[in-house]
Ligand binder design. Sequence first.
Ligand code: AMP
Ligand code: GLC
Length: 453
Amino acid sequence: MSWDALYSSAFDRVRKNLGKIGGILLAYNTNIDAIKYLDGNDLERRVETVGEDEVLHYAGELPRMVENVGQLLGSILWSIKHGKAAELFVESCSTRFYMREWGWDELRMGGQVGIMANLLGGVYNVPVIAHVPQVSRLQAGLFKDGPIYVPKAENGKLELVHPKEFQADEENCIHYIYEFPRGFRVFDFEAPRENRFIGAADDYNPNVYIRPEFREHFEEIAGRARLAIISGLQTLTRKNYREPFEEMVRHLEILNARDVPVHLEFAFTQDEIVRRSLIDVLGQFHSVGLNEVELASIMEVMGEKGLAEKLLADDPVDPIAVTGAMLRLAERTSVRRIHFHTYGYYLALTDYKGDFVRDALLFAALAAAAKAKLGDVRSIDAVVKAMDVPVNERAKTVEERLAGEYGMKNGIADINGYQLSFAPTKVVTRPKSTVGIGDTISSSAFVGEFALH
Ligand code: AMP
Ligand code: GLC
């Protein structure tokens, strides 16, 4: 079958079966994304006002967190120069004020949980229970209508209500997202690809604050879930990770005792100790989702420097290096499913077999193309419209290498007792924005797999 035919059949079957999945638990990070599409002249003027000496240093090396406006502007330049995403905690009040004054073009749902809740609940119509650290009016208003619930505890009794009905007036957790297109120019820098820098003016998500309703009623909440996705651990540091980690492991044990498969969305985790600790608990997850930078960062702390370098050396990313790294990770942790995504293709390594793994990847690629094209996916019909986006040409060489090395056929190969599944993706030439595409991919593929199986 051609890839187009496989795409179309995967979409039809996932769509037909979405109703059978049951409840999905999403924890822990939800916030408000204030998106600013950068303007080169404006950015240059701002750098000159602060003084190039205060800024340019950070374009070479990111600070650990943002403590002044010079570091903010320098970090934005770092992202532009490398074409890479970065996210830092903004501690200083005056910098938070500066970002607010600078303004935004669009307010959107943010955080892996918020984005996945709107997609799975608001678009796919699959019931979700979401952890929202702070339910402000603005935050609640960003949730789509549909079967999206947050736990509410009254007199020790748990209720599930839509965030708009939660009726609390808690704080706004705002992340300022500075987006730039490929080829964006400022000073001598030119962005090699579209991406964004995120400044998190938020005291809850970066510390993985877990609400009392979740701590006190987790058994009951878990009882409503058939699947779970955990995210938001990436901003923890060696100083604050122990307590949220302990609570997360308790949640994992409860979910595992109920046979609820749990996916970890592994975003880029700067702190090496936190990254190592995540690898140590990975075996308690069913599945993990990551991109090339994240996989390389894991190989680095596993002592696989050569593999780490290979993962970052080529464009498109060398699929043989990716497979090698996924095998190392699966063998070290026993995690049952590893879903890798990069610009142009996805791979999944599973300790179980079947076409449904590949088909779920294809469904996810369609959802990702819709997200890239539209920024916000409003309905499942918008997903199928992304069929028009052509399959990435460069994925052909990737497919040929996988066929040569592992005898892959129709996107499936057997390696050392694992199944390797491949999907060439549809890449949108001029994406509306880049934030949240990774979340769309990982959640669609994980949930799609259970719809098909
Ligand atoms: P992350 O790096 O985790 O945020 O995820 C970004 C992912 O989105 C990449 O790995 C690509 O697979 C996908 N992606 C990025 N840009 C596009 C685009 N223009 N069209 C389709 N998919 C994209
Ligand atoms: C991180 C950011 C959040 C953004 C999300 C997109 O969670 O903190 O602002 O919406 O990534 O994936």
